[in-house]
Design a protein around this ligand. Sequence first.
Ligand SMILES: [Zn+2]
Length: 617
Amino acid sequence: MRRRYQRFWLIGIILASMSLFGLDSNIRRMKYSSRSEKEAVRWQEDVRGALFGILKMEDLVSTETPLPFEKKELREEKLKSYQQIELEINSTRRRKIPVILTLPNKAGGPFPAVVCIHGHGGTRYSVHDRSSVYKGFAAALAESGFVTVAVDVGQHEIFEKDRTLMGERLWDLMRCVDLLLSLENKVDRERIGCAGLSLGGEMAMWLGAMDSRVSAAVSSGFLTVMDQMEQNHCLCWKFDGLRELVDFADIYSLIAPRPLMCQNGLQEEPKDFYVPIARKAMDEVKVIYEDFNRPQNAFLDVHEGGHEIHLPSLMEFFHKYLTIRNDSMKFVENKEKGFLTVRDGKDDVLTYRFGDQLKEGIDPEQTRSCYIHALYSLDGQVLTDDFPKDHLHHHGVFWTWPIVKTRDQLTQTWHPHSPSLRQYFVRWLKREKKNGTAIISVENVWKLDNREVVAKEIVTLQIHPADNTSRALDLELKIQAVGSSLTLQGTPDQNKGYGGLSIRGAPMFTGASMSTDRGMLEEDSTNVPFYWADLSTKDLGVAIFVSPDHPDFPITWLIRNSYAGFINASWPGLDPSVLEPDESVTLRYRIYVHRGDRTTGKVREAYKQYLSLFPKK
Ligand SMILES: [Zn+2]
């Protein structure tokens, strides 16, 4: 008895001295630390239970059947692609709240849905305002075929007795989720997300954390630590008992393993939602995602802006995690004819030609394989041409070189030549579906005179799901010299330097507009460096993006619209590239297929988005 008392006394002294040195054990008692997946789930349940307690929401969340909405429609507006409905619903028995709901005009459904949340000084209308820091993300989602809902969370008064401010705000958002779930034919219950900026980013954190019906969350302009929020900020984030339990990273950790994107702008000041602090907080959030074996599901989007929504990555995030059905991609193989078509739902995306191809009536020496034709638009038009009469050696999306030196001989894969050199299919390495994308990977070889292997080629294609505007296809070519060195070079003819990845457009691209990162081209261009090039009619287009890790980046291009469309990312151009035996080179590109011209097709934004996938050096 006496000894136990002594021990408590000792612990008391230790605790007291810890708090003297700032190691207050009464702060963040439930901090997450790495553990097994099963224990992580239990930690989440414990923390949620404790938080609902201090939020004074236990009675609300323990009700079995949701309170009837008693919807009252206040206003309805039919817009071009969606309908905007303002209504009033019951939040609690005593309290009614106004909400803005949008529903896509298009037939079908159920659709994915997003709860859109404003920040301090805003209202439910702010998230629809394109000229604001919210970039009208609710309107952008609504136009893209999402159901959206917005409600006011900016109050600083507590409405009901024995509630908390944060608890009332969160409950109103959970009622928005209830509302979405009640629209059974319109909303897919497996695909509900939430997003917000600033206080809205904080509320997106809370909603994602506390309501597991939310499948994906974007928290913009908020990721930080509580010590930072104690200074220079409205203290409405704080309530009794919170700091004793957790820090923000722990609340975000309740979202795991569901996808979470935080956005913090580089223009944020050190006293605000400063990127270096956000990075540290995200490192803490990552721990539980690692424990769930889904480290890629939590990430920080550091953008160039300030305290604002970064719309391109928000849209990409929700398209990736909410619009995609993981089973929509299919592979349809025709072994006899040597091709494989990738289909997304009912739409053909492209056909990869692995077997020997030859058009009737054409010299057999023109036989080729290992290229893509056709590449399809989002509406099913064929974008490419194969064996066109004007250039029999053009094959859809293809990669060949006008000068190849191997075994001390000069040859090429561009045109038929003597000695001959061309690609042959060896085997499939991958044909799989992953996170809504389709991946194919193929091993090919280059044979000299149809016999001797002089190079090995690994082609990997990742086909991303389409949104309303576009579809991205990532292409990686790895070429390895076999047996002796291999020299690749663009054509020296009139210093054009072309060779490498090319797209031969269908006849519709004759006279199409040609544009690059430096603007529109008035005429055909050769041997000029660009980051990307696009060919567009007024209805559709296709572009090639070059990855920033490409050798000799930025590389030169051949771009033409004179006889049809033709784009070639010319590498290595006029200066030869020599691969020593067994040495390889990896070339990465994104092919971007879009509706509309380069502006409505958002080509420039899409390239910026592509760049953001590569770590900054
Ligand atoms: Zn406040």
